[in-house]
Design a protein around this ligand. Structure first.
Ligand code: SF4
Length: 270
């Protein structure tokens, strides 16, 4: 942000502070000689190097509302020169958004049929299968059995996948799924009277995420086929019982079929 003209600037050498006309002339020259584009002086600020200071002028340049001319002058007394003339945005200027690398801008729904999305070499979500032993996993399970982590690694090696998800990758997925449409905080879950963890349609995932996530297998609900949190829930829970009996007593039906109907004969009408 450009400092206000009223800011005390005791460190600006007098011969540089007095070079305002030189700085203005340089700004006008950069503005193709149009003096109207160089407005009132705004500030003078010393630079981090000796014998250098920058004069700021309001930029009355079409399309540059809120910008400033910044003219840096430098040199010893009696030998001051212009070093640089640039336009700088002020706090109210319209500027382009901060550039974000494409791989950070990409959203899951951007990937279309036929698109390729290779992972980077150092992607921390993946580790070599033989390195995926997770100390936390090894603590799980019964003492007489190998922990799920050990079994997982064996499976992974048997399937020949060179890399599997790292601990960081799994935690990242767990947070994403928990915060997503099928996590405990979703509107559907908060309105549900029972959760997925107790539902017969809940298919727990394998591995270290088993305690918290499964796949919904109820084809009649929106979560069908999605990874759901054990504390998600919906109205399709397998154990929900709805009393569908009548709320008002209904008398037994009586079929009044004892009335004999005589067929109409010709001329019997009227
Ligand atoms: S039917 Fe509902 S409660 Fe049951 S697993 Fe699916 S989403 Fe969860």
């Amino acid at each position: 942000m450009v400092p206000e003209l009223a800011d005390p600037a005791p460190t600006v050498p007098a011969h540089l502070a007095g070079a305002a006309d030189l700085a203005r002339a340089a700004a006008v020259e950069t503005a193709d000689g149009d003096a109207a584009q160089v407005g009132a002086p705004v500030a003078v600020r010393a630079e981090d190097v000796p014998d250098a200071a920058t004069h700021y002028f309001a930029a009355d340049k079409p399309g540059y509302r809120g910008w400033y001319w910044a003219v840096t002058v430098a040199g010893p007394e009696f030998d001051v020169n212009v070093s640089e003339v640039v336009l700088l945005p002020g706090p109210e200027s319209v500027v382009a958004p901060t550039w974000v690398p494409w791989n950070e801008r990409l959203r899951a729904e951007d990937l279309g049929p036929g698109d390729l999305l290779p992972v980077e070499d150092g992607d921390e979500r993946l580790v070599p299968a033989h390195a995926s032993l997770d100390p936390d996993d090894e603590d799980e399970g019964e003492a007489s059995e190998p922990g799920p982590g050990v079994r997982e690694v064996g499976d992974e090696l048997g399937m020949g996948r060179p890399r599997v998800m790292s601990r960081e990758g799994r935690l990242d997925a767990a947070v994403r799924w928990s915060d997503g449409d099928f996590g405990p905080g979703a509107d559907m879950a908060r309105a549900a009277s029972a959760h997925c963890g107790t539902c017969g349609f809940y298919l727990p995932v394998a591995g270290s995420l088993r305690a918290a996530f499964g796949v919904c297998g109820n084809g009649n609900v929106p979560a069908d086929g999605h990874v759901v949190h054990a504390e998600y829930g919906c109205g399709g829970h397998s154990e929900l019982q709805i009393d569908s009996g009548a709320v008002v007593a209904v008398a037994d039906l009586v079929y009044d079929d004892g009335v004999e109907m005589e067929p109409e004969t010709a001329g019997s009408g009227g």
